[in-house]
Write a protein that binds this ligand. Structure first.
Ligand code: URA
Length: 288
């Protein structure tokens, strides 16, 4: 089927929402969409996985279709490797020379989705605007919502330790989330919330142009890769993300609940270190 026909063939209930979605991206200057991607084979969807968020930073040509029997080969099941580079994304969208302060300004006192109702502070992102390494989490929690900074709670402290174990300081990297406002009760962000926020994440990544993006947890990985596979099926693997290398690993909050998964995460982070030419710091001699 030609990739340009899904809008015409889409079941009626899905069409208005897709049209609104496309108009919204148009308003942001983020069209045209990439209709020329080929799907990479991924294993079948995990039936117990959480429902997939909408492909976020890679606006796909089709939103999830209305109910229908066919589960195979849906666009959101696929990782889409043939994509423009982060630089091309910015320039095609008219954001050449985009900067984080400008993106923050465009975000403004955002009321584009329902998450604004419960938030205290917008958590835009934090760190080095020229970082070679960007961590993308799910969304702010309570502490982040209070402080306006990503990953400052318990999970954030563990993330800081992970970064330092890689021989970096927190200020060397950039840290942000798929959604910028705290979902009520720390629930997972919903697909429309992710879709609404994703143009800003897109622009952040395109402005920073990191060498490596690490997705922390399934929500971030599913959103950026446009898949609904469970993270356990592809964590630790490299994907191309618009010219950057992307790897997903477990979320630090998951590690707090499941310390036995720390060794998997360390294995993943060592791959990232290798890619960036980093060596772990020498252990400090014990005093006394
Ligand atoms: N969890 C996230 O995914 N992001 C944060 O900023 C904090 C906790």
């Amino acid at each position: 089927m030609p990739q340009s026909t899904p809008l015409l063939l889409m079941a009626p209930p899905a069409r208005p929402s897709l049209e609104a979605w496309l108009r919204y991206f148009d308003d942001l200057g983020l069209g045209p969409f990439y209709l020329d991607r080929t799907a990479m084979e991924l294993p079948a969807a995990d039936p117990v996985a959480a429902p997939p968020p909408t492909p976020a930073a890679s606006p796909a040509p089709v939103l999830p279709a209305a109910a229908g029997p066919a589960r195979a080969a849906r666009p959101q099941d696929a990782v889409l490797p043939v994509v423009p580079s982060l630089f091309e994304v910015a320039s095609r969208a008219g954001f050449e020379g985009d900067t984080l302060p400008r993106i923050r300004e465009d975000l403004g006192d955002c009321k584009r989705c329902r998450l604004c109702q419960g938030r205290n502070t917008i958590v835009f992102g934090d760190g080095n605007s020229q970082a070679r390494l960007v961590f993308v989490g799910e969304g702010p929690g309570h502490d982040e919502d209070v402080q306006g900074l990503p990953f400052v709670g318990r999970a954030g402290k563990l993330l800081t330790q992970m970064i330092e174990a890689m021989g970096l300081r927190r200020g060397d990297v950039y840290i942000c989330n798929v959604v910028k406002c705290r979902p009520p009760g720390n629930r997972q962000p919903e697909r429309d919330e992710i879709a609404t926020c994703s143009p800003f994440l897109d622009r952040q990544l395109a402005a920073i142009r990191p060498k490596v993006i690490v997705c922390l947890g399934g929500v971030a990985a599913q959103a950026l890769l446009g898949t609904n596979k469970a993270i356990s099926q592809f964590r630790g693997q490299w994907f191309d993300f618009r010219g950057a290398k992307l790897l997903a690993t477990y979320h630090p909050a998951f590690l707090l609940r499941t310390p036995s998964a720390k060794s998997d995460v360390w294995t993943d982070l060592k791959k990232v270190m290798h890619e960036l030419g980093l060596k772990p710091p020498k252990p400090k001699p014990r005093s006394g």
